[in-house]
Design a protein around this ligand. Structure first.
Ligand code: SF4
Length: 492
């Protein structure tokens, strides 16, 4: 593994080594793939530029999950093709989920028209060879060019490649599996990434060690469904075993569990999460809906009663747990009554953080055969109404923390000119905020702007905002990892 310093500009590239830039779109799982793709290229002698204008070749790791993401990928490719026309770049290639999705849904191929080549998952280990062919203005030999049918998978050997870290080193994603074997009727992931493929516990612990050695102070466990970890590889749910193996690492780091599938979240997982202060009392638990009719129509495999029973059990099993979720509104057949039930559920205030998405037909999914009967304007009204309700709930959670002293992880100084609360000098998060998706804690106090990213310290919450909070750096020297108010952990 190595850090991501930009290498010499192409113009000043006396080394004649080709310079590649990779634009990584979509989710954190794509980010992890992008880091490995960059690691592979550096090991093959390529230089890496952060800016496409400084590169000979630009790769776009696309997202094909939903319409908006596909539009963003297409726009990025067109923009880069414009750079090529103006003579800066020699070639632009598309990788990732949209390149794979276009095989399954040929009518999406037009979105990739600006790319000189499509590189599908099974070609990842051959990326260096493909890039050299593109730079020599040759048509690379790829499975996409060969029109290979069938779903492609990222070969195992790819996951043993080094990662060139993108973004801040103090927070990293650990992708524990790829693909999904769940039957959600609205979701195209199984048609893009295939069925779940878990990585061995030993390899994941080794990767965690390497990320920590590179400065990671927070490891976010990700997958399409983290709670199904191991079912494919070990024939059983093995997330508790993986968590115990990570717990055996001696390092003062936070571990955070994202993308937990409600139906697979077991007490065994909760017991391990409650066993060590380094496991954040935080769960990302996408519910998608709460009405029985919608849960059944979506193929979520869980009822309202089972969901509520799980939510009742969580704070008992994991004291102080913070919940994130996501909901879909406007699913085919969603009645005003279904929506009203969801709105009331959100107003109950279980979730500190929540995302709300508008349903849209995903080609070739079972739900796409249903009549998309909720009018677009009504979908937007339902999304905005739910977000408004969640905003009030989030504000309540933020204000309830005023006066508490929390252990926080510094992400860095506030950017010059950024619109932040008065006196804020740095941005941090506690164990109750995940990177990139949740609110933050603005730090005030002497020297806050000089705090290094990755620093753990105590901070007292002085103000709760809609999604964020403001805190004063507490005088107490950093000693422990957890929220200083929870006595049990101090002595645990
Ligand atoms: S759990 Fe459901 S929504 Fe999530 S990736 Fe799997 S199929 Fe898609």
């Amino acid at each position: 593994m190595s850090d991501n310093k930009s290498r010499p500009l192409r113009a000043g590239n006396k080394s004649q080594q080709p310079v590649v830039c990779l634009v990584s779109l979509g989710c954190a799982k794509n980010t992890v793939d992008s880091e490995r793709l960059l690691g592979l290229l550096v090991s093959a002698g390529f230089l890496i530029a952060a800016d496409p204008a400084d590169a000979d070749l630009c790769l776009v790791n696309t997202c094909g999950f939903i319409q908006e993401a596909r539009a963003e990928s297409a726009a990025t490719l067109r923009e880069l093709a414009g750079l090529k026309v103006r003579g800066r770049l020699r070639a632009v290639a598309a990788l990732g989920c949209l390149a794979e999705r276009a095989r399954d849904v040929p009518e999406l191929a037009g979105l990739l028209a600006a790319a000189d080549a499509l590189i599908r998952f099974d070609d990842y280990p051959r990326l260096a060879e493909i890039c050299r062919a593109l730079l020599a203005q040759q048509t690379p030999d790829t499975t996409a060019a060969a029109g290979a049918a069938g779903l492609s998978h990222v070969p195992d050997e790819f996951y043993r490649l080094p990662r060139l870290r993108m973004g801040a080193p103090h927070t990293a994603y650990l992708k524990i599996s790829e693909g999904c074997s769940n039957p959600c009727r609205f979701c195209a992931i199984p048609r893009i990434r295939g069925r779940q493929v878990s990585r061995p516990i030993k390899a994941l612990v080794q990767e965690a060690r390497e990320l920590i050695a590179l400065g990671a102070r927070e490891l976010n466990l990700i997958a399409q469904d983290t709670t199904s970890y191991g079912r494919d590889l070990y024939g059983a749910f093995r997330l508790p075993a993986l968590l115990r193996a990570l717990r055996a690492l001696p390092d003062p780091v936070w571990f955070r569990l994202l993308y937990a599938y409600p139906r697979h979240l077991s007490d065994a997982v909760l017991d391990v999460l409650a066993s060590d202060e380094r496991f954040c009392p935080y769960l990302d638990l996408p519910l998608q809906h709460i009405s029985d009719a919608m849960l059944a129509a979506m193929g979520r495999g869980m009822t309202r009663a089972q969901t509520v029973a799980l939510l009742d059990r969580l704070p008992r099993k994991l004291p102080g747990v913070t919940l994130r979720t996501s909901f879909i509104v406007g699913y085919p057949g969603e009645t005003e009554r279904d929506f009203a039930e969801l709105l009331d559920f959100v107003r109950e205030g279980c979730f500190t953080h929540a995302g709300v998405f508008i349903y849209s037909h995903e080609p070739r999914t079972p739900a796409a055969r249903l009549k998309d009967d909720v009018p677009p304007a009504e979908k937007i009204r339902r999304r905005d109404t739910l977000l408004q309700a969640q905003r009030a709930v989030s504000r309540q959670h933020q204000r309830a923390r005023v006066g508490r002293t929390l252990r926080v992880l510094v992400d860095g100084p506030v950017e010059r000119g950024a619109k932040v609360p008065a006196g804020a000098r740095a941005i941090a998060r506690s164990r109750h905020e995940a990177p990139e998706v949740d609110g933050v804690i603005y730090l005030r106090g002497a020297g806050a702007q000089r705090l290094a990213p990755g620093t753990f310290l105590d901070a007292r919450i002085v103000r709760g905002l809609d999604y964020d909070a403001v805190a004063e750096i507490a005088p107490a020297p950093p000693a422990l990892l957890t929220d200083t108010r929870s006595k049990k952990h101090q002595t645990g």
